[in-house]
Design a protein around this ligand. Structure first.
Ligand SMILES: *Cc1c(COP(=O)(O)O)cnc(C)c1O
Length: 335
């Protein structure tokens, strides 16, 4: 079975397993796990932030960020297809107790500076006030599009004009960096805080990192505890995370394979694709997506339904060129 449902289905490499076994550890709630501290320092260094905090998942990282940045009852500006709004169980309402105000970010999934200004609400006797702008890079629902640093900077600057902080959901930030040919820090520089997943394209078994200024990360540590995310000998997770982080150069291989997959699928009758920018391939299907996916599964290929006639395939470190060709052949048999 070729599993292209997500870039989270990878198995830890031997090097990751060895790193976990051999990691020096301590109790991270006492801040005494040397491997967690090393990972956090390294991520802060790579992202160009003052500090970073290991969290169990990307969702927790985003939710902690929203809670720290905002006050109860404020509004949060987010793109209408963004993960933090759409796929996190209304966590903004449940944890931060804020009201999302959505913006249609078009096919790049990023609001323009004018859209940010229009969405902004000043606090007065009737209106709650805007507390945060969130952005997403790469943008998952838009097909893994890699947002350029200038676009991120323009949206962030419009928020900063009004003293609104900006949080970047960078679950696949390193894919965005690789596709733009820039260091990840260039995509982080315009925003205040960022979350990145070690467990997606990078292939770590568990873990995401929330990064930003020192005082923000101090507050984030308290909220992480509140949400049940204080961990003990978490060096066992941080060690494979470090190993994964240092392998980020290879993400371009996933991107190349996504392009190869999209080219192959676009030649299959009843399917159409756009040229992918990173490791996500969105496929429009003539038939209902679920029916197409059932056929794929019977032919040895797994993907995910994104909409009634839209399927997502995701390349990752556990598939090679042969698997991609086999995936195209399976899709052919399915239609
Ligand atoms: C996967 C994902 C998340 C959440 O990460 P989890 O580790 O699955 O909680 C957040 N944002 C985006 C864009 C994602 O793709």
């Amino acid at each position: 079975m070729i599993d292209l449902r997500s870039d989270t289905v990878t198995r830890p490499s031997d090097a990751m397993r060895e790193a976990a076994r051999d990691a020096p550890v301590g109790d991270d709630v006492y801040r005494e796990d040397p491997t967690v501290n090393r990972l956090q320092d390294r991520v802060a260094d790579v992202l160009g932030t003052e500090a970073a905090l290991l969290v169990p998942s990307g969702t927790m990282g985003n939710q902690v960020a929203a809670r720290v940045h905002t006050e109860r009852g404020q509004e949060v500006l987010c793109e209408r297809e963004s993960h933090i709004y759409k796929w996190e169980l209304a966590g903004l309402a449940q944890h931060a107790e804020v009201q999302p105000r959505t913006i249609d970010g078009g096919d790049r999934g990023v609001p323009t500076p004018d859209q940010v200004r229009e969405g902004y609400v000043a606090a007065d006797g009737h209106r709650p006030g805007t507390g945060l702008l969130t952005l997403e890079n790469t943008h998952n629902s838009k097909g893994g599009v890699a947002i350029a640093p200038e676009r991120v900077a323009a949206a962030a600057a419009a928020a900063h004009e009004r003293d609104i902080p900006v949080h970047l959901d960078g679950a696949r930030l390193f894919n965005a960096a690789a596709a733009n040919g820039v260091p990840a820090s260039a995509l982080v520089e315009p925003v205040d805080t960022v979350m990145c997943c070690l467990s997606k394209g990078l292939g770590a078994p568990i873990g995401s990192v929330l990064a930003g200024p020192e005082p923000f990360v101090e507050d984030a540590r308290r909220v992480r505890k509140l949400l049940g995310g204080g961990m003990r000998q978490a060096g066992m997770l941080a060690a494979p995370g470090l190993e994964a982080l240092e392998s980020r150069e290879r993400l371009t291989e996933d991107h190349r394979r996504a392009t190869r997959l999209a080219e192959g699928l676009s030649r299959v009758e009843g399917l159409s694709t756009e040229e992918p920018e990173t490791n996500i391939v969105l496929v429009e299907t003539d038939r209902p997506a679920e029916a197409f996916l059932e056929g794929c599964e019977a032919a040895g290929l797994l993907g995910g339904a994104f909409d009634d006639h839209l399927v997502r395939f995701c390349t990752h470190r556990d598939v090679d060129d042969e698997d991609i060709d086999e995936a195209v052949a399976a899709a052919e048999r399915a239609v």
